[in-house]
Design a protein around this ligand. Structure first.
Ligand code: GDP
Ligand code: MG
Length: 296
C-alpha cells in the first residue's frame, strides 16, 4: 500500500510563502564620526546605498548625519527578496561631554520593540507585522591599537542588553597585520574582562556544526574591516580597494582584511539567526518586562 500523503512538500509550501513575503533585515551602525560607517555599509551591499554623507540621492544637499536616520532598500538575489533597513546614527562620543550620549540610540532600538509590541497587542492585528526591530548593531571601534575607550565599553555594554552587537575594527588598513591581531586580542580580553556578552549566543537548539561555527566567529570578533566605495587596479583588474602609504588594499582579499568574513557572517551564515535571536531573546526580554509592568 502506498502510505505517502505528501506532507514533505510542506518545506516547499513554506518556501513559496516566505519567498512571496520576502525577508526583512534591520541593521544599525554605531560609532564615532569618520570611522567609515557609511562607507562600509555601501561596501557590504555593493551598490551605493547611502553615500558617505548620509544623503539619499546624489543631488540632495550635503548633510552630516545629525540624527538617527533609517534608509530602506530592496535587494533581490535569485528570486529572494530582502528588504534591508540601514539605520545610520550620528557619531556618538564626539562631544566634550559624552554623558548619556548613547541614550537616543538605545531609545531608538527600544522604540522599535515597543512599536512591534503595540501591533501585537492590537485586537485586529495585521496578519503580518511590519518588523522594524534592529537585528544587528555594527559597533565601530577606533583602530588605535591601544585599549578601548571607557565610553565604548559603557555603550557596548548598554547596547548588548537590547540588541545583537557585532564589533568591528574600523579602517583596519591603518594597522599592520601584527598590530591588528594584537589589537583584536586586546579587545576580546577587554570585552571578557568587562563581562560584555556579545552575539552569537549558543542555545540548546544548536547542533555541533552551529556551535563550531559560533566558536569560530567568537574567535574572529572584532572583524577588522576596510571599506571602499571605489575601485583600484590590482594586476590589471579593477577591485574594490584603497590606496594607502603601504600600497593597495583589496577589500575583498582575505589576506588584507576581514571584510569578506563579516559579509559572509551577515549575509550568508547568520542572517536568519540574527533575526531569530532578536525575536527570541532581545524582544522577548523587552516584552515580558512590559507585560509585567502592565499587570502591576
Ligand atoms: P562615517 O562618519 O562613520 O559614516 O564615515 P564615512 O563612511 O563617511 O567615512 C569617513 C572617511 O573615511 C571617508 O573619507 C572615507 O573615504 C574614509 N574611509 C572609510 N572607510 C575607510 C577605511 O576602511 N580605511 C580608510 N583608510 N579610510 C576609510
Ligand atoms: Mg556616516
Amino acid at each position: 500500500a502506498n502510505s505517502y500523503v505528501g506532507f514533505d512538500t510542506i518545506t516547499q509550501q513554506i518556501e513559496h510563502k516566505l519567498l512571496k513575503r520576502g525577508f526583512q533585515f534591520n541593521v544599525i551602525v554605531v560609532g564615532q564620526t569618520g570611522l567609515g560607517k557609511s562607507t562600509l555599509i555601501n561596501t557590504i551591499f555593493a551598490s551605493h546605498l547611502i553615500d558617505s554623507k548620509g544623503r539619499l540621492e546624489a543631488d540632495e544637499p550635503v548633510r552630516q548625519t545629525t540624527e538617527i536616520h533609517p534608509v530602506s532598500h530592496v535587494i533581490t538575489e535569485n528570486g529572494v527578496k530582502l528588504r534591508l533597513n540601514i539605520v545610520d546614527t550620528p557619531g556618538y562620543g564626539d562631544q566634550i561631554n559624552n554623558e548619556n550620549c548613547w541614550d537616543p540610540i538605545i531609545k531608538y532600538i527600544k522604540d522599535q520593540h515597543s512599536a512591534y509590541l503595540r501591533k501585537e497587542l492590537t485586537a485586529m492585528r495585521d496578519r503580518h507585522i511590519q518588523d522594524t526591530r534592529i537585528h544587528c548593531c555594527l559597533f565601530f571601534i577606533n583602530p588605535t591599537g591601544h585599549s578601548l575607550r571607557a565610553i565604548d565599553i559603557i555603550v557596548m555594554k548598554k547596547l548588548s542588553e537590547v540588541v545583537n552587537v557585532v564589533p568591528v575594527i574600523a579602517k583596519s588598513d591603518s594597522l599592520t597585520l601584527e598590530e591588528r591581531d594584537a589589537f583584536k586580542q586586546k579587545v576580546r580580553a577587554e570585552l571578557t574582562y568587562h563581562n560584555i556578552r556579545l552575539y552569537p549566543f549558543d542555545t540548546e537548539e544548536n547542533d555541533d556544526e552551529e556551535i563550531q561555527l559560533n566558536e569560530r566567529i567568537r574567535n574572529m570578533i572584532p572583524f577588522a574591516v576596510v571599506g571602499s566605495e571605489r575601485e583600484v587596479i590590482i594586476d590589471g583588474k579593477p577591485v574594490r580597494g584603497r590606496k594607502n602609504r603601504w600600497g593597495v588594499v583589496n577589500v575583498e582579499d582575505e589576506t588584507h582584511c576581514e571584510f569578506v568574513y563579516l559579509r559572509n557572517f551577515l549575509t550568508r551564515t547568520h542572517l536568519q539567526d540574527l533575526i531569530e535571536t532578536t525575536a527570541q531573546i532581545h524582544y522577548e526580554a523587552f516584552r515580558s518586562k512590559q507585560l509585567l509592568a502592565l499587570k502591576e
